[in-house]
Design a protein around this ligand. Sequence first.
Ligand code: 5AD
Ligand code: SF4
Length: 471
Amino acid sequence: MITRITEEQTEKQREYASLVRMAVNAASSERGEPYRFCVVTYGCQQNEADSERLAGMLSQMGYEKTDSEDNADMILVNTCAVREHAEKRALSVTGGYKHLKEKNPALMIGVCGCMVSQEHRLDDIKHKYPYVDFAFGTSYLWQLPEIIYKRMSKKRRLFLLDTEDDGNIAEDIPVLRECRYRAWLSIMYGCNNFCTYCVVPHVRGRERSRYKEDIIKEAKELIADGVKDITLLGQNVNSYGRGLYEDYGFSELLSDINALDGDFTLRFMTSHPKDATKKLIDTMAECEKVAPQLHLPLQSGSDRVLSRMNRHYTYESYKKLAEYAREKIPNLTLTSDIMVGFPGETEEDFEETLKALEEIRYDMVYSFIYSKRKNTPAAEYEDQVPEDVKGVRFRRMLSVQSDIGLKINEGYVGKTLRVLCDGESKNDEKMLSGRTDGGKNVCFAGNVPAGEYINVKITEARPFVLMGETV
Ligand code: 5AD
Ligand code: SF4
């Protein structure tokens, strides 16, 4: 059963938060220095959005934010489970915090998110990481104040496994955003698709949509707060409203948010190709605030593989939709997720994926090597692809896509594009970086504060970034 968290339950968490706050304030003034928190995030945008809520609750509890674990009194590791690599990193980083606790006995360490929504990982944390104070799965996020309060007062470690329930929806959790002008806006949670490789439906529960009124209210608050760029989030935004409304879906939501007053850009992710429709594309084309950007994960160009992945579309139907989108939306940035080495993927299947990349010509591809996930059907398939074969295919795919990305980007040289500046570039401190309306990465010389729009003339193309100068 999907539960909506009641106002009384939310109020109870506020009470716990104020009890923790009193304790934190007292300890801070005794020490003559504030208590600080650090949230370390792995995984997708949904996790980043969750981390902003964790940070919001910790601020509410009197902690101050720090970006360094070294001077934190509360560290939360918000984990991902989508690939083994993500889990290993979170575990090894958590392992490294042991010595911090030796230096600072006041330090509390919590592990949360998708990885610990799996029983075997929650057990790992409990038994192999004795200095971790508490761990809890994704459905407990809103109960952070209670968890911290209990750990503080009862001294017992807490390990909360997500129940068999289908998930919950909690509103009115405080948010501390990472960025003042870009914001995430979750419109739904969970996933019902059960792709055979994917752990998400197992760790984030059933698909459930927030009420449109709650979403629109949050969008209005963001706009009033000066946010210029809003990304609507869901595992499969195209099924927004299912089970909640008869005749109101994602296209309607997009139009309603588009109609709000204010100067902002609207994006969304992720669209599942089986549910993305021409109506969605038409709505994107009509709504002037919706960015010309579509992330439409193909995964594989082989129908045989798509079927074994339980994706419910064919390459041809996908391609038709992608072509329709390109036709209707000028300057569309089209991106995708591609997986190589899915069990049973033959050389021919893989070549169909390469052919798909050549035909569709994505601006950018997020590429992944298949990773076996416990409790998913594909993990049991007997025809697993050897690691070395996966590696070779992965590199071949990167090389094909890198040429395509470069060619597409070369088409932008000489053009002037509007860019939302994000400040100093991470790779070169003398340059600024930002994103175009279509979401393309731009690195440019100039002098403009983060959060401002600026026109940039593109002078050089690289596979993953456009280089330019302000005009
Ligand atoms: N192994 C590799 N990649 C995966 N993804 C999801 N599950 C797995 C897995 N088991 C990729 C898919 C998805 C993206 C978010 O992560 O491509 O679209
Ligand atoms: Fe996001 Fe999926 Fe990773 Fe969870 S498991 S953080 S939903 S990518």
